[in-house]
Design a protein around this ligand. Structure first.
Ligand code: 9MR
Length: 439
């Protein structure tokens, strides 16, 4: 995990995100202002916003009356997806009788708390109401298009991105479309749905959304890619591709994820991570979350990440403890790694002259954790380390470190340009930030 102290200008970065007091302190204490310090976002939404991205969650309408739930959801996330409330069975239980009650509750909660909404989902083989399951042919095609039109029209102007079509490709090595009643209405059902959605809500971004499309070498990934390329070449209105990102040991985070995201983005669509959850616990789970964030940050058109639920207990597969908060609403290690990765941002060039320090989280125990710091650009340096909250210094190595709380100062002691510290958490597990100046 690296925290750049010398952040390149990034989209959406505003002075609001930088404490002016911190900035002034750096300039004054070093004498030479080599660059500005990077402010660390203290919530997922703030940290993601530093690079112009959103951080979202699935929301269940029946939990909006639970304060413990809404407190976390409101604090951490600025994008909301209705977990089930906008699906076909929820919104059109009887043909041409629409019910938007629960979908509207989520949109209303989101809007009154300043959040945007992802719409999920307009056309899908699953969770169809009974009347639709029994239809076929041109009657089904018309009913599907009517559904897309009516629902997208109801929410017109209120949706950031719509999952227009969900999960239309088969798993495995075939690269084929998934067999379904919708697919049997003709191969053009997907583009027809996109055209209807565009006509109904011209300002919403229109996404194709699927799972098991993360590994670039998988046949399903290639098949979706080829469809998107074809749509772009023929002017079918598609703006984005959603990667659900449901991971477990059978479907691990691929090492080529940034390649997948980058190749789709190169087709001229945004990419979004739409339903992220990762089965597991501890460091292994946390490192996978970090990998996902880093893959998204490496692709400029990866515009946001949404997790599929707030707490483990809210998850559709709660036994896998796949989310960022435990059932009591406590931040998990995966949360810390995710926040750190968002704050670290994408790669950038260090300033000319001066020095750069990277901050990496290392071993962790219940009461304390190690932090590794590596200086580049100069061997005559002074590093200021801003501890978080009540954190205090227990130990240090390979540098002379003074101070014990608040801001530490480190200078070389003849052991090179990398050094380490052990910090007592004292209730705060966030990674410290650091700035470097030459001496
Ligand atoms: O999380 C959703 C769960 O509450 C529903 O019972 C389930 C029904 O299909 O759908 C879950 O959400 C799915 C999403 O809509 C599409 N991608 C896979 C998600 C997890 O199954």
């Amino acid at each position: 995990m690296m925290t750049r102290t010398f952040a390149p200008p990034r989209r959406g970065r505003t002075l609001r995100a930088i404490s002016l007091a911190t900035l002034a302190a750096v300039v004054l204490s070093t004498g030479v202002a080599v660059t500005s310090a990077q402010a660390a976002g203290s919530t997922l939404q703030a940290a993601a916003a530093e690079s112009g991205r959103y951080f979202g969650t699935a929301i269940a309408a029946n939990k909006l009356s639970e304060t413990a739930y809404t407190t976390i959801a409101n604090r951490e996330f600025n994008m909301v997806t209705a977990e089930n409330e906008m699906k076909l069975d929820a919104t059109e239980p009887n043909q041409n009788q629409f019910n938007f009650t629960n979908g509207d509750r989520i949109v209303s909660w989101a809007r009154s708390n300043g959040k945007q909404v992802r719409g999920h989902t307009l056309a899908w083989h699953s969770q169809q109401p009974g009347w639709m399951q029994n239809m076929s042919g041109s009657a089904l095609r018309s009913a599907m298009l009517n559904h897309v039109t009516q629902v997208a029209t109801h929410y017109r102007g209120q949706i950031h991105s719509w999952d227009v079509v969900n999960e239309a490709f088969a798993d495995g090595s075939s690269g084929a479309r998934r067999d379904s009643n919708l697919q049997r209405t003709g191969n053009d059902w997907i583009e027809a749905a996109f055209r209807a959605a565009r006509a109904a809500d011209p300002n919403a971004k229109l996404c194709y959304n699927d799972y098991n499309t993360d590994n670039w070498s998988h046949a399903k990934t290639q098949a979706v890619y080829n469809m998107v390329r074809d749509f772009k070449s023929r002017g079918v209105p598609i703006d984005c591709v959603g990667f659900q990102a449901h991971f477990n040991s059978g479907n691990p985070v691929p090492s080529n994820y940034h390649t997948t995201l980058g190749n789709f983005a190169a087709l001229g669509v945004d990419v979004q991570i739409t339903e992220l959850d990762i089965a597991g616990s501890g460091t292994s789970q946390a490192e996978q979350y970090r990998g996902i964030v880093q893959a998204c940050l490496a692709v400029s058109r990866c515009t946001g990440i949404s997790v599929w639920g707030v707490r483990d207990s809210d998850s559709w597969r709660s036994g896998d403890t796949p989310l960022l908060f435990d059932g009591n609403g406590n931040k998990k290690l995966a949360y810390n790694y995710t926040l750190d990765a968002l704050n670290a941002g994408g790669t950038g060039n260090p300033p000319t002259g001066g020095c750069t320090v990277t901050v990496t989280r290392a071993e962790e125990w219940s009461d304390r954790f190690n932090v590794s710091l590596a200086v580049s650009g100069s061997s005559a340096w002074r590093v200021s380390v801003q501890l978080q909250g009540s954190q205090s210094l227990q130990n240090s190595w390979n540098a002379t470190v003074s101070g014990s709380t608040g801001t530490l100062t480190a200078v070389p002691n003849g052991n090179g340009n990398s050094f380490g510290i052990t910090l007592y958490k004292n209730g705060n597990t966030n990674l410290p930030t650091a700035t470097c100046s030459t001496t």
